[in-house]
Design a protein around this ligand. Structure first.
Ligand SMILES: O=C(O)CCC(=O)C(=O)O
Ligand SMILES: [Fe+2]
Length: 338
C-alpha cells in the first residue's frame, strides 16, 4: 500500500523520532535498480528513514569497480607524493579552490579559523553535449607529472555521478516527487570530485593545538558520495550528541545528505554534522586518503523549500535561494573565496 507523502511523513516521524542508530545503515543499490517494485520500494523506504534520522547510509553495488578504485587511489597517492613546490603549480588561487590543488591548512570549517590538516585536489564537470553551462565552469587542470590522472579521475567522476543520480531518484520517490525530479537539475551539474590527503605530521607540537584532520561540518551540496571512509577517523554526530564512527566496508561508498538537500526539504532530510578526528599522537605521522564526490546541481537550481515539507508544526525555515548563490556564500565562509 502506498501512503500519501504527508501520511507517510507523519507515520515515519512518530516511529522514527525514537530511533538512534548505533551505526550507519547499509543498503544495496542493486535493490533499487532490480526492476522488482517491492525491492525498489524497500530501498526507498530504508533510505528515507536513514536520511530523516542520521543523514548517512553506506551502499554497495554503486558501479565503481575494485580496479577503478585501486587505480584512482594509486594515481592520487602519486600526486600527493610530489614535492609541495611542484603541487603548488596546480594551485589556482583565483579559482577559489574550484579546480586543481589546495595546499595544506588552507580550508577551515565554517565558524573556525584554524585550517584543517589536509591537502586536496578538485576535479570538476567535463560538460557533455552543447550545453551553454560550459562557459560557467573553469577548465580542469591536470598535472603533467601524472599523465594518467585525467582519465582515471574523469572516469571515476562519471561513475560516481551516475550512482548519485540513482540515489537522487530514490530520494525523489521518498519525497513523493517524480522519480526524475532532480534529473534536469543535476545534468552537467557543478559537482566536484575531491581526492584528499590527510598528511603525516612528524611533530604534533608543530601544528596549532586545536588543528584536526577535518573539523566538524555539514557538506554544502545536495548529496556526497564518499570513497575510502572506512579508514579510521570519520565520525557523525548523532541527534543525542554522541559521535558515531563510520564503519563502512571497503566495497561500500558512504552517501550523505548535504545542506542544499536539507534546505530544500526544510530539514526533513538531515545534513548531519561530521568530522575526521586525528589519530593518536604516535600515529600522527601516518597518511589518510579519502575521495568524496560532492554532487551539486546546476547553479540555477531553485533551493526554495518544497511546499510538501512545510506544515503547521514545520514552518518554513529558510529563505529562497539558488544553488549558485548558496555555494558562493559558503565558499566565503570556509576560506576558499573572498
Ligand atoms: O575524509 C573523510 O572521510 C570525510 C571528508 C569530508 O567530510 C569532506 O571532505 O567533506
Ligand atoms: Fe564532509
Amino acid at each position: 500500500m502506498r501512503y500519501s507523502f504527508t501520511i507517510r511523513k507523519k507515520r515515519a516521524e512518530t516511529i522514527m523520532s525514537q530511533v538512534l542508530y548505533d551505526e550507519v545503515p547499509s543498503l544495496d543499490l542493486a535493490d533499487f535498480l532490480s526492476g522488482d517494485p517491492q525491492r525498489k520500494q524497500r530501498f526507498v523506504e530504508e533510505l528515507g528513514r536513514a536520511y530523516q534520522n542520521i543523514g548517512f547510509v553506506a551502499i554497495k553495488n554503486h558501479g565503481l569497480s575494485d580496479a577503478l578504485t585501486n587505480q584512482l587511489y594509486t594515481t592520487i597517492k602519486k600526486f600527493f607524493a610530489l614535492p609541495d613546490e611542484v603541487k603548488m603549480k596546480y594551485h589556482l588561487a583565483h579559482l577559489a579552490g574550484q579546480r586543481g590543488y589546495t595546499p595544506k591548512g588552507k580550508e577551515h570549517a565554517k565558524g573556525r579559523n584554524t585550517g584543517d590538516l589536509k591537502e586536496f585536489y578538485h576535479v570538476g564537470q567535463e560538460v557533455e553535449g552543447n550545453d551553454p553551462i560550459r562557459s560557467q565552469y573553469p577548465d580542469n587542470v591536470w598535472p603533467t607529472e601524472i599523465p594518467e590522472m585525467e582519465e582515471v579521475c574523469v572516469t571515476a567522476y562519471k561513475t560516481l555521478e551516475k550512482a548519485g543520480k540513482h540515489m537522487l531518484q530514490a530520494i525523489a520517490l521518498y519525497l513523493g516527487l517524480d522519480e526524475f525530479y532532480f534529473e534536469d537539475k543535476v545534468r552537467n551539474g557543478n559537482s566536484i570530485l575531491r581526492p584528499i590527503h590527510y598528511y603525516p605530521i612528524e611533530n604534533p607540537d608543530s601544528v596549532p593545538a586545536d588543528a584536526v584532520r577535518a573539523a566538524e561540518h555539514g557538506d554544502i551540496n545536495l548529496i556526497t558520495l564518499l570513497m575510502g571512509a572506512s579508514a579510521d577517523g570519520l565520525q557523525v554526530l548523532r541527534r543525542d550528541g554522541q559521535w558515531i564512527p563510520i564503519t563502512a566496508l571497503p566495497e561500500q561508498v558512504v552517501v550523505n545528505v548535504g545542506d542544499m538537500l536539507a534546505r530544500h526539504t526544510n530539514d526533513y532530510l538531515k545534513s548531519t554534522i561530521h568530522r575526521v578526528v586525528n589519530p593518536p599522537r604516535e600515529k600522527m605521522n601516518t597518511s589518510r586518503f579519502s575521495i568524496p564526490f560532492f554532487m551539486h546541481p546546476r547553479s540555477e537550481m531553485d533551493l526554495t523549500v518544497l511546499p510538501s515539507c512545510v506544515d503547521a508544526s514545520h514552518p518554513k525555515k529558510y529563505d529562497d535561494i539558488t544553488a549558485g548563490d548558496f555555494l558562493n556564500q559558503r565558499l566565503a565562509e570556509i576560506g576558499l573565496k573572498k
